[in-house]
Ligand binder design. Structure first.
Ligand SMILES: *Cc1c(COP(=O)(O)O)cnc(C)c1O
Length: 347
C-alpha cells in the first residue's frame, strides 16, 4: 500500500439501516445523503440503500438530488431542501424531486416554473420552529397555507409534506419546536391538505424520542455509524462506523512513524498532540500533522509499507477523534479529500 484509502463497508451500512429502521418504525427512513453522503460517496451509498428498500432520500441541493435520482431509480422519492432559483426548480421538476419550501416567495417561483413546465410540483412546507435558518414563521403560516391552497387548486403544486429541523441540543428547546410543528401540521390538515410526509427529526431525536418520528425520520449520521459527539456509544445506538481511513507508513525512525496522509487529505491539523491513533489496541499519540504526512509515536515492529488505521476498523472512530478537538465526527468525514480513493465492500 502506498497511498491513503477510505474503505467503506456497505454491508455494515446495510446493518445500520436495519438497526435504525427497527428502532424508528413505523416511521419511514429518509436517508440523508448531503455532502456526498457525509464523505462516503453518494452514488454507492444511494445504490446500496435502494437495494435495501430505502425509498426516501434527503439531499441538500438540486445537484445532489439529481445524482440521487440517477442512483436510486425512478421510484425513489428524493427530497431536496435547498433549491435556489428558477433553473434549479425546473431541473428538479423534470427529475420528479420533492421540494422543500422555506419562504412564500419561493412558493410563487415554484408555481410559476411548474406552470411553464406544465408540471405539478410536490412540495414540503417548512415551518420555522426556532432555528431561524430558513422556514416560514409561525405568524405567516396560515397565509402560506392559503396561497398553497390556491396553487394546489390550480394544479401547479401539491402540498404533500410539512417539515422542520431542530437543534437536538436540548430536550426543552426541541419540545418547544415540536409544539410549533404540531400547530403547523394541524393547520395544514384543517385546511384540507392530504399530508403524506410530516418530518421533524434527524438521528439523535428520532432515536431517543418516539414522539418526534411522525411519518419520516431524516437520518444521516447514524446510518453511517457516526454517533453524536458527547452522546451515547455506538453499541447503545446499535450502529457501527462504515468507513475506515487507512494510510501507509512511509518512514519509520527510532521513536516515530510517518504516515502518508496529512491535512491536505483532510485531516484537521488540530488533532496533533490532542488525539491518538489506536494501533494494535494501543494508543499512539499524534505528534504532528503536516500537509501530506502525519507523525505518530512508533508502534512496535512497525515497518515501511504497513497500513495504519487513522479511524474506523473498530479502533478510534471519527467521532472519537472529533471529540479530542471539540468537533463532530461528521466534520472529520466530510473533510476527507475527494482525491482519496473510496474502496467499497458490498457494492
Ligand atoms: C443533516 C440533516 C439531517 C440529518 O442529520 P443527522 O444528524 O446526520 O441524522 C436531517 N435534516 C436536515 C435538514 C439536515 O440538514
Amino acid at each position: 500500500m502506498s497511498a491513503p484509502v477510505l474503505h467503506v463497508d456497505l454491508d455494515v451500512f446495510a446493518a445500520n439501516i436495519r438497526s435504525v429502521r427497527a428502532r424508528t418504525a413505523p416511521a419511514e427512513l429518509m436517508l440523508v445523503v448531503k455532502d456526498d453522503a457525509y464523505g462516503h460517496g453518494l452514488d454507492a451509498i444511494v445504490r446500496r440503500a435502494a437495494r435495501e428498500g430505502v425509498r426516501w432520500f434527503g439531499a441538500f441541493d438540486v445537484r445532489e438530488s439529481l445524482r440521487a435520482r440517477h442512483a436510486a431509480g425512478p421510484d425513489a422519492r428524493i427530497f431536496s431542501w435547498l433549491t435556489v432559483g428558477r433553473e434549479e426548480i425546473a431541473q428538479a421538476l423534470r427529475a420528479d424531486i420533492d421540494l422543500g419550501v422555506g419562504d412564500a416567495a419561493f412558493l410563487e417561483d415554484i408555481a410559476s416554473v411548474a406552470r411553464a413546465e406544465q408540471a405539478t410540483a410536490r412540495i414540503h412546507l417548512k415551518i420555522d420552529t426556532g432555528l431561524h435558518r430558513n422556514g416560514i414563521r409561525p405568524e405567516d403560516w396560515d397565509g402560506a397555507l392559503r396561497r398553497a391552497r390556491v396553487l394546489e387548486d390550480e394544479g401547479v403544486l401539491r402540498l404533500v409534506g410539512v417539515w422542520s429541523h431542530i437543534a437536538e441540543a436540548s430536550d426543552a428547546d426541541d419540545d418547544e419546536a415540536r409544539t410549533l410543528f404540531d400547530r403547523a401540521v394541524g393547520a395544514a390538515e384543517a385546511a384540507g391538505f392530504a399530508l403524506e410526509a410530516r418530518h421533524l427529526s434527524a438521528s439523535a431525536a428520532s432515536h431517543a424520542r418516539p414522539e418526534f418520528r411522525y411519518d419520516l425520520v431524516r437520518v444521516g449520521a447514524f446510518c453511517y455509524g457516526v454517533r453524536s459527539a458527547g452522546g451515547p456509544s455506538g453499541r447503545e445506538l446499535g450502529i457501527v462506523p462504515i468507513a475506515a481511513l487507512r494510510a501507509p507508513i512511509t518512514h519509520a525512525a527510532d521513536h516515530s512513524a510517518t504516515l502518508g496522509v496529512g491535512s491536505l487529505h483532510g485531516l484537521p491539523s488540530a488533532l496533533a498532540r490532542r488525539a491518538a491513533l489506536e494501533v494494535d489496541g494501543t494508543a499512539r499519540r499524534i505528534a504532528e500533522i503536516a500537509l501530506v504526512h502525519t507523525v505518530i509515536e512508533l508502534p512496535p515492529g512497525a515497518k515501511i509499507g504497513d497500513e495504519v488505521t487513522v479511524f474506523g476498523d473498530g479502533a478510534a472512530s471519527a467521532t472519537d477523534l472529533a471529540e479530542a478537538i471539540g468537533t463532530v465526527g461528521e466534520e472529520i468525514l466530510v473533510r476527507i479529500s475527494p482525491l482519496i480513493p473510496r474502496n467499497y465492500r458490498g457494492l
